[in-house]
Design a protein. Structure first.
Lengths: 992, 273
């Protein structure tokens, strides 16, 4: 141990006294190294800070002051420190260490922010009797950075606020020891609070909605007022909050299900749309009526048949606003939340795969272009990756699919999508609530964290969002969720409950309100287990504290259920009962704090009419010039662009192998460094049936043509799963729209066009939408200006792979094999990466030939299923050039290609014929490697479709391309391709 | 075809789990495929009834993030075992039982001190040199050691997935002692140039040695050879299509990780199969 004598009473030295708590700081011994300190030094260099002569990082723990020194030292030795790795400093209450040559920075969570480390230590010490049971939280943690170097106060502040801490949820102490140990937040009283609004005018109602963070519109407030006038009484706070949560855009999809006056572009006739979701996306699903769609658009996740006895369920969620404010906590609770959606689908599914998709600003964005109140895109990306890593890995769910997209439009509004696939017995696909069932909450405790998350996510961000909305940000506790998952699935298999849902946005108010919609429910808040005292009744009711699920339990099964959870240290608490009154009654300490009519709660939302009108931007088509730098440099530039470059630094931080089911991994090829189109898993060892996951999205197509954008991203998602072996006749898709403020007619108009494309594509491909979730209002106010994100649709495809042993990967396999290009190349470079890197806007967005594309996918799948294909890769960003380069670097083999053979539609006058073939991003295209012996069979399958052998695989690792003229156009060693692919955009994903 | 569990079990295995264990599914599957009748049990249940150990030939502590691995990987699970099950586990091993910890299970066994019974601990698993959680495939070689059941010089491609897998010793003498007692069981090797078993290669570069472990050590055993811990996950390479390059390889019956579990179960079987 470091001698405690180093500590001194510091009251005389500082106006900021050290906390009245024992402190234990755990450092690493120099002999075993300090990788965390080394990574911090690297990150400092990236930030442009002077290199420290020495830097060390420690974990700090705080304990109540009443302990004897020997007890603290014993806890430190036994629990906190490793005898080989660590050295420890113990500080007495109110004592500060002598700083010596080191400057100290301390970071600690703000009071009320979830601290899973402290929670875990406290649980252990409660079990061992070293902390009394049932008291207020006694253990807290902090982080210590000690560094020696020439850093002044400004540099230390920069280090602390840009690398170490997020001041929204953490406090920073530089050269001060006054950690906020034991600070309590405002204590609220329990009981009914009446909110007088019957007498208010329209403006006052709007003001009430704003100050109360209800996010309700004038019309909605008026509807509520009218309802209470008819009842002849004022609402309670709890009722108003329940209505605000249930009516939030987040929970209700008011925009997609509302009324729209739509004026089509290009002079079409205006028309009224009643419920865009029902008339496009859900309509396609309904009309397709696939027998394998088990439960769609009605549960927490879409459910489709997998094999004889099992179904798959899938959900993809957005978690944009919380992630903008705290990337780490936002992404972590995003993945935690979508996992609970799958746990709450049917009677509960076992999660078998996670996916994530991030849309952030450019990684090389100059500092001065980062607006006030916004983090740099690199920091956001690091944070969200770490958040998904720390939550997903701890849950033991492989994160197998994902993507990162970049655009300056996401600087202030990053998008974070998280998705989960689960598997469940077919018999568990449906749920039922019966009057008399006991309402039981299982999992974590309720706290003040996450209040107003649903309403917060439905408003636009501003430069003040960081401070005003911090209570909407949370840190997850994945181990509590994992324990809950283990017990929940065991309880499902023993038939101990009838229905389950997750406690997400809106907390108990939404979970109980939804489950009891058809019956009624009576809740008593007295039994709710709280993290700490001091919450008002309505706060308990709407808290979005993580890691909670709500069950409907037949009374006779209650004891067995509670015992099952208790055996694994998970709390199960009775909240009340479902009734047959069609009313929602909430009581606290004998008093009724809310009484709502279920019909008004769920059906009382007014439906305003939105205007929608989208005009094509007036941009000249830039054509397609040859790259000024030559094709070799152009290709290397595309490979090194963040959009294309290797995401290995992200992929390998995720455990994509846990559960032992992976068949096609996210990285494939000789060196395991080439990007797979889709990922394939075999979720049941007893069956060779698998499933593939693939994503589609575009950041640049949408502004030019939202209709074609939606077609293209659906096509891309389908390409990604078909390329690895999924059957296109068994693909389900999901939509996630992230859009700007849809009260603006142009944003709403683009949304209508994209939704109509979803209908057309789903019908043409025969791929039903099975689930979706949207995030609207992704706008950012700074001063008087409002900025919107690019209209962004993420499409996720879940495809059944009939036999995993027939999957193919995208790496070239063998010299002498032929390489075919399947699909037609057209003059479609609008929104292409080639144009983007050259700074060119405008142009024609790729269209999908909805008659031909489904036939092409079916023919290609038949060839893959017949083992005629050695490798297959789809063409997406960067076109043919990038796809060929990726296949070559994946296989460590060369390619000789002739552009003259590319199946191509006629090109406009003045276009460079080679550049158009190499960089066009026309849809529904694949490069397919076929052994000579299989070539005749393969060509027969593709007969009638655009398909041509461009050349062959070379043993010599060089990519050679001959131009349309037949002359050599490009020759690059595969090593150089790989270097470009790996060189750029690689940064440490250290501490968030 | 997928390999099927044997219908005539040759040993009884218990897979121990707790809050945050997450490799229990594939571990049970591997043991069953290798011929063990396998029970999955929560730590709390075993702590209530330690006598259940006596019915087992083999105990495996599966991987995961027990109790979140907060404080340090495996610390809390190790403390819980020390508080409730140290003596029964020591007796189980002394009576001839096999005890294996994979990944988090290895970290837990190190915390419990079972590799150096009766002596102060001089070994530890700590943060990867890269300071990052990493999931990637590596190649293991079995070394001449007290766990003779592992075979010698066997090469096995398997994935790792951990953030705290760097094996360290407090002193150079402690490392020498591990070799002297035949405790170095599995090492990371370069699959292109694997070298003979027992060869003391210099420290391999990242990512061949994925975490910076001293002497490329991936797994160790106790002096009896019946307690083994390893960071990589053989249970994630059971089927022919688990290998990261299976689409480049010829027809395969099973994954290489299954051989590890077959040897383990055969060694643990108290009555010859």
């Amino acid at each position: 141990m470091l001698p405690t004598a180093e500590a001194s009473k510091d009251e005389t030295r500082s106006h900021h006294p050290a906390p009245d708590a024992w402190r234990v700081e755990v450092f690493r011994r120099a002999a075993v190294g300090d990788p965390e300190g080394a990574a911090l030094a690297e990150a400092m260099a990236e930030l442009g800070l002077a290199a420290p002569a020495e830097v060390r990082v420690a974990k700090g723990y705080l304990f109540a002051p009443g302990y004897a020194q020997e007890s603290i030292e014993a806890i430190a030795r036994r629990v906190l420190a490793d005898p080989v790795v660590n050295e420890v400093r113990v500080l007495a209450p109110r004592a500060a260490p002598r700083p010596g040559p080191f400057q100290r920075i301390l970071v600690m969570s703000r009071p009320g922010v979830m601290d899973p480390v402290a929670h875990t230590v406290e649980e252990l010490l409660v079990r061992s009797g070293e902390v009394p049971r049932g008291g207020a939280p006694a253990v807290a943690t902090y982080r210590v950075v000690e560094l020696r170097g020439p850093h002044g106060a400004a540099e230390l502040t920069q280090l602390a606020t840009r690398l170490l801490a997020n001041e929204t949820i953490e406090v920073v102490r530089i050269a001060r020891e006054d950690l906020p140990y034991g600070e309590r937040f405002p204590q609220a009283a329990r009981g009914r609070v009446t909110v007088p609004l019957l007498a208010l005018g329209g403006d006052e109602l709007v003001a009430l909605s704003r100050t109360g963070q209800l996010s309700l519109t004038r019309e909605e407030m008026l509807a509520i007022q009218a309802h209470y006038r008819s009842l002849g009484r004022e609402p309670s706070a709890c009722e108003l909050e329940t209505l605000a949560q249930t009516w939030s855009e987040h929970c209700k999809h008011k925009t997609l299900t509302g009324l729209v006056e739509f004026t089509p572009p290009d002079g079409g006739t205006p028309r009224r749309i009643d419920n865009l979701l029902k008339s496009t996306i859900a309509r396609a699903t309904h009309e397709l009526a696939r027998p394998w769609c088990v439960s769609v658009f009605e549960d927490n996740a879409g459910i489709v048949a997998f094999d004889q006895g099992h179904d798959l369920c899938i959900k993809v969620e957005t978690h944009n606003h919380p992630s903008a404010i705290d990337p780490y906590g936002g992404a972590g609770t995003g993945i935690g939340g979508v996992i609970r959606d799958v746990l709450g689908a049917g009677r509960g599914a076992r999660p078998v795969a996670n996916l994530d998709a991030f849309f952030v600003g450019p990684p090389e964005l100059p500092k001065e272009r980062v607006p006030k109140g916004t983090m740099h895109p690199r920091r956001i990306l690091r944070g969200v990756v770490a958040g998904v890593r720390d939550y997903g890995n701890r849950m033991g769910i492989p994160t197998v699919a994902g993507g990162v997209w970049f655009d300056e439009g996401y600087v202030t509004n990053p998008l974070v999508y998280a998705g989960t696939v689960g598997i469940l017995p077919h018999a568990a696909a449906h749920k039922e609530v019966r009057p008399g069932d006991v309402i039981v909450s299982v999992g974590g405790r309720t706290g003040r964290d996450g209040i107003h998350g649903a309403t917060f996510s439905s408003i636009e961000l501003s430069e003040d969002s960081e401070t005003v909305s911090s209570s909407a940000v949370q840190i997850g506790d994945p181990i509590t969720e994992k324990r809950t998952l283990d017990c929940l699935l065991a309880a499902r298999d023993r038939g101990l409950y009838r229905a389950v849902t997750d406690c997400g946005a809106g907390g108990f108010s939404s979970a109980v309100g939804e489950m009891g919609e058809k019956t009624g429910a009576e809740v008593e808040l007295d039994g709710v287990r709280l993290k700490y005292p001091g919450l008002a009744s309505h706060e308990i009711w709407i808290s979005e504290a993580q890691e909670r699920m709500v069950l409907a339990v037949p009374p006779e099964k209650l004891d067995e259920l509670v015992a099952l959870f208790a055996a694994e240290d998970v709390e199960a608490t009775v909240l009340g009962r479902f009734t047959d009154t069609k009313r929602l009654v909430v009581k606290d300490r004998g008093e009724v704090v809310a009484e709502l009519d279920m019909h008004f709660l769920h059906k009382g939302t007014p439906r305003p009419v939105r205007q929608a009108r989208w005009e094509r931007p007036r941009l000249a088509d830039p054509g397609c010039p040859a790259p000024r730098e030559g094709h070799a440099r152009a290709l290397l530039g595309l490979l090194a662009a963040p959009e294309v470059a290797s995401k290995e630094w992200i992929v390998r931080q995720y455990d994509h192998e846990v559960q032992g089911n992976s068949v096609v991994k996210p990285l494939v090829g000789v060196r395991g460094d080439a990007p797979s189109d889709g990922s394939v898993l075999q979720p049941l060892a007893s069956s060779r049936t698998g499933f593939a996951l693939g994503l589609g999205a575009s950041t640049r197509f949408g502004a030019l043509d939202p209709y074609r954008m939606a077609l293209a991203v659906i096509d891309e998602a389908l390409r990604n799963v078909v390329a690895v072996g999924a059957d296109p006749a068994r693909v389900a898709i999901l939509d996630n729209f992230s859009w700007g403020n849809c009260n603006e007619p142009d944003r709403m108009g683009a949304l209508v066009l994209a939704a109509e494309a979803c209908y057309d594509a789903a019908k043409a491909f025969g791929t039903p939408f099975v689930s979706g979730k949207d995030s609207l209002n992704n706008e950012y106010r700074v001063g008087g200006e409002t900025l919107s994100i690019p209209p962004t649709l993420l499409v996720t495809a879940l495809g059944i792979v009939p036999d995993v042993a027939r999957c193919v990967t995208m790496d070239l396999k063998r010299a002498g094999n032929r390489l075919y290009l399947v699909g037609e190349t057209r003059a479609e470079l609008g929104g292409s990466l080639f144009h983007h890197l050259a700074g060119r806007g405008g142009g024609t967005v790729p269209e999908v030939d909805l008659a031909r594309a489904p036939r092409l996918l079916a023919a290609l799948h038949a060839a893959i299923a017949a083992r005629e294909v050695a490798s297959c890769h789809d063409l997406s960003e960067g076109g043919l050039a990038v796809a060929a380069a990726e296949m070559a670097l994946g296989g460590g083999l060369g390619l000789a290609l002739e552009l003259a053979r590319v199946p191509v539609a006629s090109l406009p006058e003045g276009w460079d014929a080679d550049a158009a073939r190499l960089y066009s991003e026309s849809t529904t295209r694949f490069l397919v490697e076929v052994a000579p012996a299989q070539a005749p069979a393969f060509e027969r399958r593709l007969a009638g479709l655009p398909c041509a052998a461009l050349g062959e695989v070379l043993a010599a690792p060089t990519l050679r391309v001959a131009g349309v003229s037949g002359k050599p156009l490009l020759e690059l060693p595969v090593d150089e391709l790989a270097r470009a692919f790996h060189s750029a955009f690689h940064f440490q994903g250290g501490a968030p | 075809m997928s390999p099927m569990p044997r219908t005539d079990p040759i040993a009884r295995a218990l897979v121990l789990r707790s809050a945050g264990t997450n490799c229990d599914g594939e571990t049970v599957r591997a043991l069953e495929l290798a011929g063990a009748e396998t029970t999955l049990l929560h730590l709390n249940a075993l702590a209530r009834d330690p006598a259940r150990l006596a019915e087992q030939d083999l105990v495996v502590i599966a991987g995961g993030f027990s109790y979140g691995d907060y404080v340090a990987a495996g610390r809390i699970f190790g403390l819980e075992l020390a508080a409730h099950l140290r003596a029964p586990l020591e007796r189980f091993v002394a009576d001839g039982g096999h005890l294996v910890g994979v990944c988090n299970g290895f970290q837990i066994l190190v915390e419990l001190g079972l590799f150096q019974p009766g002596r102060p601990r001089t070994i530890a698993l700590t943060d990867n040199a890269s300071n990052r959680f990493e999931c990637r495939w590596i190649t293991l070689r079995s070394e001449p050691c007290a766990a003779r059941w592992l075979g010698t010089g066997e090469l096995m491609p398997v994935p790792i997935a951990h953030g705290e897998g760097r094996f360290v010793t407090g002193t150079p003498e402690a490392l020498a002692e591990l070799f002297a007692r035949g405790q170095v069981a599995l090492t990371y090797v370069d699959p292109e140039r694997p070298g003979p078993a027992g060869a003391r290669e210099k420290l391999l570069p990242y990512p061949l040695n994925p975490n910076g472990s001293i002497a490329n050590i991936a797994g160790i055993c106790d002096p009896t050879g019946r307690v083994l811990g390893l960071m990589p996950h053989p249970e994630r390479n059971l089927a022919p299509w688990h290998h990261p390059r299976w689409t480049r390889l010829g027809a395969r019956e099973v994954g290489e990780g299954l051989a590890f579990y077959r040897r383990l179960v055969a060694a643990a079987a108290r009555t010859p199969a």
